[in-house]
Write a protein that binds this ligand. Structure first.
Ligand code: SAM
Length: 338
């Protein structure tokens, strides 16, 4: 029987519009699609109805289906003469194990093609209004994994050298290791005031962005919500977001933390409003109770206002718990004179 063909296709970071034309062509001609967890499910509708769809995703950052099994699956279907699309999040060769799959295919003499994708490393910051380089602020960036391989004795990322070697650091994976990574970067010379953006579910309707400083991130007491999938950007370019954000502006789902002013969704509109911490009531409406990200941000705002030197403000938490879907009463800021 004629040997089939495997396409290692990058599906982009979530927005289906970021899939390449070449990738769509391959998908539309597929007999078999082997896809990962972060793939936008609407893309699977592009494959022919009769195509076999196989989920090979990961539930956590550790691997669900062992890599050897995925390789064997691709080879077995190709040997049956099928067109196999291996659909991977972002770009297949950026922390996607695409290199290992290509090695296995080459070793088994299976013809394959790589269709590069739009990596979350660049697209997610872009959707948060953060260019990774900028003539005034950054001439270099590095994309680094935050995930440590438990089977390795020594850490594979030399954070101490990276701390000051590049202008912008982009960290994929390892969300829960971020406080430890941030502390290492600070101890190795990166300024604690360096701006940081944490972007979850970037390029999708669920995109959430939180900004803070590297010092905040290093603080285990900050209780930041660091659930994956998260792209972390560290560097002065993050400060451009105030001016350049475009995608999440309309959604009003942005919480800026740090500094004397905060932007929160306005109580009666989908717009964000900027309010002075020391004279205003912190208000955030329509926030689901289970949205621990928002809850953590509002709590943090209360704490930072309370401790800010010289601020004519006191914080009166109306309730220690967040009441239902409305955070308007989570905390109340009032003037000391008032
Ligand atoms: C195994 S890596 C794969 C990266 C992928 N090959 C790429 O080029 O984008 C998965 C990590 O990418 C990041 N990621 C992927 N899609 C994302 C998204 N839509 N929003 C935020 N982070 C995302 C997260 O850090 C996640 O843990």
């Amino acid at each position: 029987m004629r040997v089939g063909h495997v396409w290692l296709v990058g599906a982009g970071p979530g927005d289906p519009g970021l899939m390449t034309v070449r990738g769509l062509e391959a998908l539309r001609g597929a007999d078999v699609v082997v896809y990962d967890r972060l793939i936008n499910p609407t893309l699977l509708n592009e494959a022919p109805a009769e195509a076999i769809r196989i989920y090979a995703g990961k539930l956590t950052e550790s691997h669900g289906l062992p890599q050897e099994d995925i390789n064997a699956l691709l080879i077995a279907h190709a040997r049956r003469g099928r067109s196999v699309v291996r659909l991977k999040g972002g770009d297949p060769f950026v922390f996607g194990r695409g290199g290992e799959e290509a090695e296995a295919l080459a070793a088994s003499a299976i013809p394959f093609e790589v269709v590069p994708g739009v990596s979350a490393a660049v697209a997610v910051p872009a959707y948060a209004g953060i260019p990774l380089t900028h003539r005034r602020l950054a001439s270099s960036f590095a994309v680094v994994t935050g995930h440590e391989d438990a089977t390795r004795r020594a850490p594979h990322v030399d954070w101490s050298r990276l701390a000051t070697a590049v202008d912008t650091l982009v960290i994929l994976m390892g969300a829960r290791s971020l406080p430890r990574i941030a502390a290492t970067l600070v101890s190795c010379g990166r300024a604690p005031s360096t701006p940081v953006a944490l972007i979850r579910w970037g390029t999708t309707e669920a995109q959430e962005t939180m900004t803070c400083t590297l010092g905040d991130l290093a603080d285990p007491q900050a209780a930041l919500d660091l659930r994956p999938p998260l792209v972390t950007v560290i560097g002065d370019v993050v400060s451009l977001r105030d001016q350049l954000r475009w995608f999440d502006e309309e959604a009003g789902r942005t919480f800026d933390l740090a500094g004397p002013e905060v932007a929160l969704p306005s109580p009666d509109a989908n717009e964000t409003e900027t309010i002075e911490l020391d004279v205003a009531v912190v208000a955030a409406t329509d926030v689901p109770e289970e949205d621990r990200f928002a809850v953590a941000v509002v709590r943090r705002l209360c704490e930072s206002a309370r401790t800010r030197d010289g601020a004519a403000a006191v914080v009166e938490p109306v309730s220690s718990d967040v009441p239902g879907r409305d955070l308007r009463h989570a905390c109340h800021l009032s003037s000391a004179e008032g």
